[in-house]
Design a binder for this molecule. Structure first.
Ligand SMILES: Nc1nc2c([nH]c(=O)n2[C@H]2C[C@H](O)[C@@H](COP(=O)(O)OP(=O)(O)OP(=O)(O)O)O2)c(=O)[nH]1
Length: 142
């Protein structure tokens, strides 16, 4: 049986916006947008991998909130799982320190303004549904 390697993608949310990151490497992925994150290491939980990757790549202190249902095949043997995440109080703002050369906070209306990696599109669509639901819930409170 071929071993699957989980890649955890963070749907980092703040003020109803989603953070998108533009890859700077490798050449075949450079220029395309993704959810920041990376491979889960042996013995590591996906949530811990998410926190580690966001610290390394963006210089932030974040926490995983909840899994976005679904799993999306990438180039074998990788499979993408997504968690929503938020910045911890006192965290720095995200900076493209590693693997990315640009970051954008996207409102739901702006989500499709960036050129997502094809394999991320279904995961982003699922995340958007949650962002919309959150915005609707927020609209009920003053
Ligand atoms: N992080 C991340 N990687 C993705 C996404 N979509 C997608 O196809 N990938 C691919 C790119 C890589 O081939 C693979 C793993 O991502 P990575 O390069 O960020 O992983 P990593 O930080 O652990 O990598 P490494 O340099 O430490 O080996 O998954 C995505 O939304 N987020």
């Amino acid at each position: 049986m071929t071993e699957r390697i989980v890649v955890v993608g963070a749907a980092l949310l703040d003020g109803g916006r989603l953070l998108a990151a533009r890859r700077s490497a490798p050449p075949e992925l450079a220029g395309r947008w993704e959810l920041p994150g990376g491979k889960v290491e042996p013995g590591e939980t996906p949530e811990a991998a998410l926190v580690r990757e966001l610290r390394e790549e963006l210089g932030v202190e974040a926490e995983a909130v909840e899994r976005v249902p679904g799993r999306w095949p990438l180039r074998p043997p990788y499979v993408l799982y997504v968690w929503t995440a938020r910045l911890r109080a006192g965290s720095s703002a995200p900076k493209p320190l590693q693997d990315h050369d640009e970051l954008r906070w996207l409102t739901p209306a702006e989500i499709w303004d960036v050129d997502w990696l094809e394999q991320d599109v279904p995961a982003v669509r699922e995340t958007l549904a949650r962002l919309d639901a959150e915005a609707d819930a927020g609209a009920d409170t003053i």
